[in-house]
Design a protein around this ligand. Sequence first.
Ligand SMILES: [Zn+2]
Length: 318
Amino acid sequence: MSWTNWRKKLSLRTKKEVPDGLFLTCEGCQKMIYKKHKEEGMEVCPECDYHFYLPIQKRLEMLLDPGSFEERFADIGPTDPLRFVDREPYETRLKKVQAQTGTKDAILVGIGSIQGRKAALGLMDFRFMGGSMGSVVGEKITRITECALERLMPLVILSASGGARMQEGALSLMQMAKTSCALARLSEAGILYVSVLTNPTTAGVLASFAGLGDIIIAEPKALIGFTGPRVIKETIKQDLPPGFQRSEFLLEHGLIDMIVHRRDLRERLGQVLQFCPERPASPGREEDPSGRHEALPLWQRAGETAHASATVPPQVVK
Ligand SMILES: [Zn+2]
């Protein structure tokens, strides 16, 4: 049999035995891995523990006590105040991504229980324009932080972001100050904030709320940094050490407190939250299912919080 015939035979056999989409190349170890094994293992590479993107609904199921999640501030959606146009208008881009992802913007916030302990939660969605922080992400982070402050419950935010949303210009950058101010008030009230950095957490998000956790947890091998290595190298005129923007390097150098595998995250968060004693809400204050109370500015609600420092009128950046 000629080589051409052999080749045809072999290629046919290969196609038959390996249907499309069964295998993929791992971004961490570059090995071919069986897609089903990755999916069964919480989207983690079975060869090297590289953590792939995990859809937000799967994260909720993985982290929270079943049926405990109540979404908050779901009605907040993006606008296009700058009428920004790059390759296409921002408004068109938003509509497309919203249709693809089924969400209004790059974050989901709410209240849920982790191993029996209630917490205010924020989960960023990298699928939505690279998890970029625009006005909606900033506003929802701020409001869920205020919700944690008001209800005296710990705050947990899982970040996944490429940074600020350039289509919102300075309005996007201002969210860094706004979220940081809200977290400062939470800190003054002595309420625990746990920041979980997933792959990737970079730029304006890392430089604001994601970097401000009382405890900072990262997933293994996650890309964490402010800006790309080329810019840093040109600025400091030095070669960069290998792996300098990965979780393991940052743990060694003190930026993060612990690296936790995805399969252990629920248990570890549960342990951390147990360290933070339950604090009863102020007497006379009831849960407000309508959310009307939450819609008031913080300084109008501050008298109801347990800590006097929260009564300082905040300089909120709108
Ligand atoms: Zn791998």
